[in-house]
Design a protein around this ligand. Sequence first.
Ligand SMILES: [Cu+2]
Length: 163
Amino acid sequence: MKNIAPTLACLAALMLGTSAHAQEVKAGDLVITQPWSRATPSGAKVAGGYLTIENKGTSPDRLLSGAGDIAGKVEIHEMAMNNGVMTMRPLDKGLVIEPGKTVKLAPGGYHVMLMDLKGPLKEGDKVPMTLQFEKAGKVTLSLDVQGVGAQAPAGGDHSGMKK
Ligand SMILES: [Cu+2]
């Protein structure tokens, strides 16, 4: 009986530790952290996926595409100001992650575009998806869905937004 209590305490600590730590996915030379998305209003057909990718290797890698059950189609996008208008465009050749660099996909910049959504993203959901890298291959992760307005300049509208 003496040994049980410490074991349980240890287990509890382990479990707490797991849920408290931010998600981190390693794939080859890449370390992917904090994949997240935002809750979508009902009827929305698109959502942005955001994450941080660090390349600890010595050669560049490239984020090429993605896929997930929630979306009919996934693209890698860049958002930029063009003559005062916020526009998005798909990165046809993918997003390069240079060796020793960290690339952050965030609202207002690079993002993973989930298109043809099969249903709304709800705050607290974990949305499983895969990302395809040129060298690191296929990476499975889940997007932590935040509230509707989380860190939100804008997102999802492909018609171009006036600022
Ligand atoms: Cu987009």
